[in-house]
Design a protein around this ligand. Sequence first.
Ligand SMILES: *[C@@H]1O[C@H](CO)[C@@H](O)[C@H](O)[C@H]1NC(C)=O
Ligand SMILES: *[C@@H]1O[C@H](CO)[C@@H](O)[C@H](O)[C@H]1NC(C)=O
Ligand SMILES: *[C@@H]1O[C@H](CO)[C@@H](O)[C@H](O)[C@H]1NC(C)=O
Ligand SMILES: *[C@@H]1O[C@H](CO)[C@@H](O)[C@H](O)[C@H]1NC(C)=O
Ligand SMILES: *[C@@H]1O[C@H](CO)[C@@H](O)[C@H](O)[C@H]1NC(C)=O
Ligand SMILES: [Fe+2]
Length: 463
Amino acid sequence: MGLRTFVFVVVLLGFVLSFLEFCNGGITSSFVRSVNYSLDMPLDADVFRVPPGYNAPQQVHITQGDHVGKGVIITWITPDEPGSSTVIYWAENSDLKNYATGTVLKYKYFDYTSGYIHHCTITDLEFDTKYYYEIGTGNATRHFQFVTPPEVGPDVPYTFGLIGDLGQTYDSNRTLTHYELNPTKGHTVLFVGDLSYADDYPFHDNNRWDTWERFIERNAAYQPWIWTAGNHEIDFAPALGEPIPFKPFSYRFHVPYRASGSTSPFWYSIKRASAYVIVMSSYSAFGKYTPQYKWLKNEFPKVNRTETPWLIIIMHCPMYNSYVHHFMEGETMRVMYEKWFVEYKVDAVFAGHVHAYERSERVSNIRYNIVNGLCMPISDQSAPVYITIGDGGNLEGLATSMTEPQPSYSAFREASFGHGILDIKNRTHAYFGWHRNQDGYAVEADSLWLLNRFWKQSERASS
Ligand SMILES: *[C@@H]1O[C@H](CO)[C@@H](O)[C@H](O)[C@H]1NC(C)=O
Ligand SMILES: *[C@@H]1O[C@H](CO)[C@@H](O)[C@H](O)[C@H]1NC(C)=O
Ligand SMILES: *[C@@H]1O[C@H](CO)[C@@H](O)[C@H](O)[C@H]1NC(C)=O
Ligand SMILES: *[C@@H]1O[C@H](CO)[C@@H](O)[C@H](O)[C@H]1NC(C)=O
Ligand SMILES: *[C@@H]1O[C@H](CO)[C@@H](O)[C@H](O)[C@H]1NC(C)=O
Ligand SMILES: [Fe+2]
């Protein structure tokens, strides 16, 4: 039979099988949120306030600066003149002041000119230590602090926050506040892409990048945010004379990609405590023979689960999604990489993009070879759990419409704003909780004990 006929038969068979699998579907929460779209906070909102003092550093944020967590990249912007690129830092209980000097960059985007963007990498810090740091000069000097992670090791507890598609609406502010006031304190944010949504403004108004970075400073200057590039970071606008993808993002957010042998800031890895986190790029070439493909192929065998039991992947576009919004957009990447996720027993894959929450069963769909008709996801205990956490609260609103019936791969889904907490206890146990903005700070609307794929097998959800 012809290929088209064959594909048709396969698709038809798929429908029949999926009807047979109705009864296996997961939970769609009955909660229905207001359809009102959230507005971006106005330019004079308190969260966007410019710090006082001439040329005072603003938009301060930090990220991991090396492969193991002894380094930090500190980024800030001075608005009026370059000023100093030096960071003065010292360990708590130490009088010894250290100096590190970074670089300063500036870019234009259409009719916008950025301030002076400083990136300073500090290395060789002590593990598990509180550091104070100071930037800026004179009466515009500003002070912050952060805590380095414990030394990499298999049973080191560590807590990550999961935030995606944040934007800068009143809901975004609620999400960040809920993360900050969550009684389970996150030490580092794994950010799954789509940051400021400046590109939703006429001419991609880059002033909305500045407001966004001032907004997140209250958290991101004190704990690292691990960056993933989303589609709202592409800023590809040839009609505006801006044909270079990821331009504002690349100037504003530096990541330690070279430390993991990557050749691009859009895909890289870090170790942090007992976790090995791989950041992938949904919007960079990822087909066979591409740089991202080659890097990832070499990367998986490097992960030593005796050293870092938890293998976590973050990316923007989900591979398993059952909302109508962005349905099947992750298919191309799934076809390329899902077999590696199963082979290397990835524990969890976190993505954003869909402005809602969803958690999958442990499933895989890697048997299909175009002639065998085996094209349905099946339960697979070597597969990751896929969690969509694109519910940060940006101005595009919630993705409320879901594919019906709920597919069997989808364990739980709800269109509410919120954030996630991944609380790693030891090499075998980690607890994931989803926190909604409409609930109290401690409330979990969905949760799961994750049993490590390398060290344990069966697990059970408690939602
Ligand atoms: C949308 O917001 C307006 C103003 O706050 C309110 O009056 C209206 O009831 C809301 N609509 C829904 C469907 O919640
Ligand atoms: C801060 O320093 C600037 C320049 O040195 C000076 O003009 C200004 O008066 C100072 N402001 C305060 C509050 O001390
Ligand atoms: C944002 O949240 C913070 C902390 O809850 C609050 O102090 C601030 O007033 C909020 N700003 C806006 C514009 O909602
Ligand atoms: C994996 O890590 C453990 C613990 O750090 C170490 O003893 C072992 O040699 C490592 N294995 C490899 C192949 O590097
Ligand atoms: C790992 O953590 C879980 C959950 O807190 C606990 O039940 C288990 O006993 C711990 N395992 C070890 C070896 O401590
Ligand atoms: Fe997105």
